[in-house]
Design a protein around this ligand. Structure first.
Ligand code: ZN
Length: 179
């Protein structure tokens, strides 16, 4: 069985951090935000599009509301519209960046889900013909590493573009704002 190699996860803990909700940390979220090649952050009124700093997959991005929304169904009409807009842009840009035609969009929420952060976040992930894990197989391996539960998964397939490399690749695809 193949897995993605994700050394970034080694530093990740499911325990809530002392600094509160990471998705409400504007400075951190702006750092992780996908940007045009001229550095302009991609966002709309209520949503952001960011790369995952602890990626589990190739092309692992997330679309996250600016407001601390924790329950599915409690977004405003504006938020739903803004989310759809960024999911569509993320899908198009990931497809162009990876020269593929496939994305997987998923949300994990609620106590019994594998969600690690309550603040809603939609994973928008590139899907490629060469993926070692596909579709639900991929989701089935969405485990996190917990200090008190050493369910450590080994991922021998390296992620090619992660964090800053992914931000650079997406910016290159997007070009300057208003292209
Ligand atoms: Zn939050």
């Amino acid at each position: 069985m193949a897995y993605y190699y994700s050394p970034f996860r080694n530093k990740y803990s499911k325990k809530p951090s002392d600094s509160g909700c990471p998705f409400c940390n504007t400075e951190m979220m702006e750092k992780q935000s996908v940007k045009y090649s001229d550095g302009t952050i991609i966002e709309n009124k209520t949503y952001r599009w960011v790369v995952n700093m602890f990626p589990k997959f190739e092309g692992h991005t997330m679309v996250v509301p600016k407001r601390h929304v924790t329950k599915i169904g409690s977004e405003t009409t504006q938020e739903i519209k803004d989310r759809e807009e960024l999911v569509a842009l993320a899908a198009k840009t990931l497809n162009e960046t990876y020269n593929t035609d496939g994305v997987e969009v998923f949300l994990q929420t609620g106590l019994n889900s594998e969600s690690s952060i309550k603040h809603l976040h939609w994973h928008v992930v590139s899907s490629q013909a060469s993926d070692p894990l596909r579709g639900f197989d991929k989701l089935g391996h969405f485990f996190t590493i917990q200090e008190d539960n050493p369910k450590i998964i080994i991922f021998p397939v390296p992620i090619k573009k992660a964090k800053t490399q992914l931000l650079k690749a997406l910016a290159k695809t997007l070009g300057r704002k208003g292209r």
